[in-house]
Design a protein around this ligand. Structure first.
Ligand code: NAD
Length: 299
């Protein structure tokens, strides 16, 4: 068996294609394009590259993306006050605000993320949005988790009644994804297990997965013997590994052997990554639209 390839790039293109005319209509209603403000701290190459691809994707659908580059030496207090100022539109209208992670170790990331107004929090990392998701009334859903669910829905993967195993319990991927897959309705209603660094019998658990999602950050942690034949495997991991003099990106799943036994599998690159960006665009459009609706109600 060769697994169906879950092509995130193709799906992201389709999402962009559908979003662009809606953005254009909203822009003519507001009198300006929706605007995303990205806060980038320090000069971590991977972060700069993610920000670049987010800004390029925004541009493709007609969303303005402006990047605020802040020196690595910034303090938590300075960063909080910058984000608050952006949230008060002191640096131009900010429909969506995103703080690129990771932040330097000396910065309290939680305090910075909580400075983003929840109604502009297009990454869905604010405590209010995390709480709403946990109560089954999501507002902004973290983009990677939303992207994984969209990928499953688009591929027609039934989640209802299935056992979904998520490896990784981070606030930005594993935890929100567990909530989404266990939530009521399409793309949900799964029985969810969450594994992490203290799971003692990882292989025993992953072998039971109808849907296996790896979000760890360890190259090729998930080997073929850990996967039930016929499972759907989604690889969230992005790891740069050295390959002679060059480097390349690999996921958390040992792709070639796993693809011989899985029913479907997402590649790295070209899987979840592009969908994360597409979900960010959708969230930014929604934030701008909600703001416009509110301003009309207030008139
Ligand atoms: P994280 O470091 O915050 O969390 C990693 C999780 O893996 C933790 O919950 C930890 O308990 C668990 N873990 C660590 N070692 C383990 C082991 N041996 N067995 C089982 N679980 C283990 O990472 P994150 O931010 O959630 O990101 C995870 C991966 O996904 C990284 O490779 C990251 O680059 C990637 N990522 C990709 C996207 C995307 O758009 N595709 C977005 C975000 C993160």
């Amino acid at each position: 068996m060769t697994a169906q390839r879950l092509d995130g790039r193709k799906l992201a293109k389709k999402i962009e294609h559908e979003l662009a005319p809606k953005v254009a209509a909203l822009a003519s209603e507001i009198g300006r394009p929706p605007r995303l403000v990205v806060v980038l701290v320090g000069d971590v190459a991977a972060s700069a590259s993610y920000v670049k691809s987010k800004a390029a994707a925004a541009k493709r659908v007609g969303i303005t993306a402006d990047v605020f580059s802040i020196p690595e030496s910034t303090t938590t207090a300075e960063l909080v006050s910058t984000v608050e100022a952006i949230g008060r539109d002191e640096h131009g209208p900010a429909d969506g605000i995103l703080v690129q992670l990771p932040l330097p170790d000396h910065v309290d990331a939680r305090a910075v993320l909580d400075a983003v107004p929840p109604d502009r929090d297009v990454d869905g990392f604010h405590a209010v949005n995390a709480g709403l998701l946990s109560q089954g009334r999501p507002h902004f859903i973290p983009c990677t988790a939303a992207g994984v669910q969209r990928m499953l829905l688009d591929a027609g993967v039934e989640t209802r009644g299935k056992h979904a195993v998520i490896v990784g319990r981070s606030d930005i991927v594993g935890k929100p994804l567990a909530l989404l897959l266990a939530s009521r309705g399409p793309g949900g209603d799964a029985t969810v297990s969450v594994c992490h660094s203290h799971t003692s019998n990882l292989k025993e658990v992953t072998q039971q997965a109808d849907i296996l999602i790896a979000a760890v950050g360890i190259p090729q942690l998930i080997t073929a013997d850990m996967v039930k034949p016929g499972a759907v495997v989604v690889d969230v991991g992005i790891n740069r590994v050295l390959d002679g003099d060059t480097s390349r990106l690999v996921g958390d799943v040992d792709y070639d052997p796993v693809s011989t036994i899985a029913e479907a599998i997402s590649p790295v690159p070209g899987g979840v990554g592009p969908l994360t960006v597409a979900m960010l665009l959708e969230n930014t459009f929604s934030a701008a639209k909600e703001r416009q609706n509110l301003s009309q109600t207030a008139e």
